[in-house]
Ligand binder design. Sequence first.
Ligand SMILES: Nc1ncnc2c1ncn2[C@@H]1O[C@H](COP(=O)(O)OP(=O)(O)OP(=O)(O)O)[C@@H](O)[C@H]1O
Length: 633
Amino acid sequence: MTPPSPSSSTPKTDLESAPLSSSSLKNTTLTSLSWSSLSFSVGTKTILSPSTGLLRPGELLAIMGPSGSGKTTLLSTLSRRTPPSSSSSPSPILLNGHPLPLSTFQSVTRFVEQTDSLIGALTVREALDFASKLSTASLTPKERRQRVEGLLESFGLVEQGDIVVGTVTNRGISGGQKRRLGVAKELITGPRVVFLDEVTSGVDARGGWEVVSYLRKIARRDNLIIVASIHQPSTATFNLFDKLLLLSEGKTHYFGSVDGLAEYYETQLGMMMPVHVNPAEWLLEQVNIDYAEDKELARGRLEEMQMGWERSELKRQLDGDVAAVAAAAEKGDNKFVLGDNETEDKKPGMARVVMALVHRSFIKSYRDVVAYGIRLAMYTGLAIMMGTVWLRLPATQDSIIPFTNSIFYGSAFLSFMAVAYCPAYLEDYNQYAKEKRNGLYGATAMMLSNFLVGTPYLFLISVVFSVISYWLSNFQPTAKAFFTWVFWLFLDLLAAEGLVVFMTSLFPSFVVSLALVAFANGLWMSVDGFMVPPGTLNVFWKYVFHYWDYQKYVFENMMINEFSERVYSCAETADGCQCMWQTDLADQCLIRGQGVLDQYGYKPGYMGKDVGIMMAIIAGYRVAGWLVLKLKN
Ligand SMILES: Nc1ncnc2c1ncn2[C@@H]1O[C@H](COP(=O)(O)OP(=O)(O)OP(=O)(O)O)[C@@H](O)[C@H]1O
């Protein structure tokens, strides 16, 4: 496990021949990652002062520093997720001494976020398989399997291969194993450089050590460069790193080998590193002035240490090595850049991505009770409740108001309850956002797959709800009327889900999206025509909101479905017949259902037009959601 000695020799290999599609993940082409004058400012505030570094294949770099010292900023600019403030063209970040175009750079590097983007319902093996399907199309099924099995083995996850990651009802694998899986997922494309934010976050000391030792093993075996920010590693974990970049207030205090730290501090700064103390803790103490009693004194000392680094022989050597790498590349020894076609060819097309996403969401939908199970149970409960409250209503005038109320409840309250979809969509959105940042797929694939997976479930919910409540309540008992009811309920739920998708994409926060969807549905409920009949509704609400209220079309058509072809008996009293609605059937002591509809101004015969409007509203919500995701690029 001895680190290979870094050398400043001229890179001899060529990234162009990087065999990304081969089953081997070994790097044979990248010889260095270097950067100089890499800085980042916001306005006049410097967050990262010019940083320089050089890494060779097989090396692990720890970026360490007190909270707020700029670790995340450095990692983010180094991985080119955030453009640096200094001359961003050409990039100050070089691979084999070359500033590669962003797309080429991204095709040979990966970023592992602090929080894993893992789907709890998938097994460990499936998580890797889907990561592979979403990121590369150039593997045969056999190569894909080999790569997945290879990574399971490399990260010590073979025994956990068929265990789910973990859901609300299934505990799944441990935190450390999750972190290892999160890293393995990013290695599936065979990157040459891996960036990891807070590599040991969410795991205990032992778990952290395990993650880093697996990383070290893989870096050595496959010649990868690994850059990880880390908060406060244990001594054992710290010693697994080859190099350290120590930051304080955005400035570099040390860049070099972990082994050479004690000597540097002693000879350059005259400070003895205690032997029996965790070196990481000791270093952080030296560069952290947040808790110093005498801030002035501590700041002076910090600046002295930082100047010590600037003046050091190590820094001079580093600058020389970085310059030599760039100079060698400039001589033109290497043909470098991965051809655009070559990288594009490896990405799966839209159809493949959508298929993989649909398959993945489908597995999630039946294994994870939060996705659809809870909602199905809730709607079933509501159906039983509704059917037994409005139980076996006879076709008499006394049932007309309960029928009307039930139709409103069945349409409006059910769509209101789509708020229950907010948490599940938020989970999908966060997954999408992470995978988008890693360049896996975009807004179109996300929207299409979400719609394709959700639609059959909404249909199932509509059927289950209607089968129970429709017949229990005794709505118009014909097959045609039943299926029309199911159809409108289905459209209702599709529109309501579209609203959730749009709102939650716009404000991806549980509390905010929940409040906004509830507010919007509250508004649609009050102007749909039930509370205030359309003829009475004041012009502002009528013309600004009523006509594009999806609940209006559902309520109106469900009302027409119940009343347009049905007849209700009036009350027989001692004085004769008393009809609450006067229609042409009054002399037979009956009420023609159309009489009820007349008070709302509803007429049958416009279903085709209403279905068209409803579909436009459903599509409108989806397109609005897609636009939001697109614009958030
Ligand atoms: N876009 C930004 N605008 C303003 N300030 C920023 C921005 N990005 C970072 N900062 C500030 O720069 C400093 C460094 O932030 P950064 O997140 O890089 O530190 P860190 O070392 O990763 O901190 P921690 O260990 O607490 O996560 C912080 O004070 C932060 O508030």
